[in-house]
Design a protein around this ligand. Structure first.
Ligand SMILES: [Zn+2]
Length: 544
């Protein structure tokens, strides 16, 4: 009954036609919405303290959750996914009652929670966490071994959520202001997590505890452990905000290859600082860490498993040749430091904010080193990967992300918007300003849309509706009649009137502003009607 009630409610509240293809459970709502048991408290700090035992793939630990009371309430939601279990939850040393509902735990607090007060709870948990089958896409723990047979272990959990391996407020809208991560592993292994390594504690049971501290807000899926018999080296970058500390970690067997491939980090950071502004986490440094899966944008500890080769596992996604000039995982996952870790979606339905801008960052990186033409060729080349199967924006409040088109189509939408701005320096300032305006914040699509319309001085609302909320690609229809060129938009959302450039009789690119009504342009003799390929639109000659 509960399940049906939620589906019913959902169909009524969603105006999106595509939504009706899906059904969601009560668990999805508990995971994906800001429930009243989440809304009343504001996360301030986590201390995750976890012991990882590769011998039997088990973990055991605790999380201290410090929060500020926004509204007085007595029931608090914390999330932890099966098969992990919570043993005990305490506040001020007193044990609390809790009730499990799927992956959500509702804790009844004893002490009055007064508005403005700072409180904390300690959650103790253990078990054998979900094992990732196809990391990083399905997420969980990857328990692998290096060539010497030593454990090589890592976590990844975007989408699935951090509660797959530690108890937390598993919704993206709220981030702690800082975080401590203490990870205990058997010798001689090391743990590389986020932020800075404050100390290593030698325990008397043949283990060591690595204590990491993150000074900045961090999104929950950004938190990670990477355990292996690592070798490391350091470097610095004289960047826009001073000296940025760089640390690199690779397995001994890959040291030489890593030292060579990871040299792409400094040029990458220079290009992205140029386009997006200062690296957003100078206080926490930048780390690149080898892992036994492809890679992920873990905040200040980007993970790498691209096989020390250029391209995406050696392939050029754009099929133009430009994608083989650089290492996809180093460039893409690091681009996320600006779009994902600095500017973070509140709801995974808005995941395009992470992936569209980061896909687009690949094009900007290419442009920075190989020229504007190269960048354009790259982003246009990626168009063949667009499916237009469903909208890019997913369904809100149920932990649902939209189409994979958020990568290539999203990147092409941004490239198209750049053509509308038609001023490279202004465009760069829009991107840099965005990273300042939303510095260390969680945001909605609406905020990004409004910001871009305001800063570009162009009403982009219909452009966003077209590319983010619809699957149709606008068709510029034209016909040539005697001394007239007629043109209009078709296959588009209502009110779509995006300007576009065509090659005029002098062979120059000229801006026209079609609407869904036919417009006429006087011509003498136009050979072929050519539209600037930088605009992601279709063109069709119509007869009659
Ligand atoms: Zn990405």
């Amino acid at each position: 009954m509960k399940f049906l009630a939620f589906v019913g409610l959902f169909l009524i509240t969603q105006s999106n036609l595509f939504a009706q293809k899906y059904t969601f459970t009560h668990d999805d709502t508990l995971r994906g919405s800001i429930t009243q048991e989440r809304a009343w408290w504001d996360l301030e700090f986590y201390h995750l303290n976890v012991r990882i035992n590769p011998a039997d793939s088990s973990i055991k630990g605790s999380v201290n959750i410090r929060y500020k009371v926004l509204q007085s309430a007595q029931v608090l939601q914390v999330d932890l996914q099966r098969p992990l279990t919570i043993q005990r939850i305490t506040q001020d040393g007193k044990e609390l009652d809790f009730r499990r509902e799927g992956n959500a735990f509702f804790v009844t607090l004893q002490k009055p929670q007064s508005r403005g007060n700072q409180e904390s709870i300690l959650v103790e948990y253990s078990g054998k966490p979900h094992v990732a089958k196809r990391a990083p896409w399905d997420g969980g723990f990857s328990w692998k071994k290096d060539k010497e047979g030593l454990p090589f272990v890592a976590t990844s959990c975007q989408g699935l959520g951090a509660s797959v391996w530690w108890p937390c407020k598993d919704h993206m809208y709220d981030e702690p202001d800082s975080m401590q991560i203490s990870v205990t592993v058997p010798k001689p292994l090391m743990d590389i997590s986020n932020g800075r390594l404050r100390r290593i504690i030698d325990n008397n049971d043949n283990t060591r505890t690595f204590e990491w501290y993150v000074q900045n807000p961090i999104n929950n899926y950004g938190v990670n452990v990477n355990i292996g018999n690592y070798v490391s080296w350091t470097d610095t970058l004289k960047g826009e905000k001073g000296t940025l500390d760089l640390s690199f970690y690779a397995l001994t067997e890959n040291l030489e290859k890593a030292k060579s491939q990871f040299q792409q980090v400094k040029p990458m950071l220079r290009a992205f600082e140029h386009w997006f502004g200062p690296y957003p986490f100078y206080e926490d440094g930048y780390k690149l860490v080898e892992v036994p899966y492809l890679g992920m944008e873990h905040q200040s500890s980007v993970t790498y498993g691209n096989g020390y080769q250029n391209g995406y596992l050696g392939r050029d996604l754009s099929a133009t040749g430009w994608g083989l000039k650089w290492d996809f995982i180093i460039i893409h996952e690091s681009g996320h430091e600006w779009y994902a870790n600095n500017i973070t979606y509140k709801d995974v339905a808005d995941m395009w904010i992470h992936e569209s801008f980061t896909n687009y960052s690949e094009n900007l990186y290419t442009e920075y080193y190989f020229g504007k033409q190269a960048g354009s060729e790259y982003v246009i080349g990626c168009r063949k990967l667009i499916r237009n199967d469903k909208p890019i924006i997913g369904i809100y409040n149920v932990n649902h992300s939209g189409s994979g088109d958020m990568y290539y189509k999203g990147g092409n939408m941004l490239h198209t918007i750049r053509q509308l701005v038609d001023n490279d320096e202004k465009w760069r300032q829009v991107l840099r300003g965005m990273n300042q305006t939303f510095y260390h914040q969680t945001v909605t699509t609406r905020q990004i849309e409004d910001y871009m319309s305001q800063q570009t001085g162009i009403d982009l609302s219909k452009v966003f509706d077209q590319y983010l909320r619809d699957t149709k690609i606008p068709v510029l229809e034209y016909k040539i009649e005697k001394k007239k060129l007629l043109y209009r938009w078709n296959n588009c959302v209502e009110g779509f009137a995006m300007p576009v450039k065509y090659k005029n009789e002098k062979g120059e690119w000229e801006k026209i502003q079609p609407t869904s009504d036919w417009k006429t342009l006087k011509i003498k003799k136009l050979g072929e009607f050519e539209v600037d390929k930088n605009f992601y639109v279709d063109v069709k000659k119509v007869t009659s």
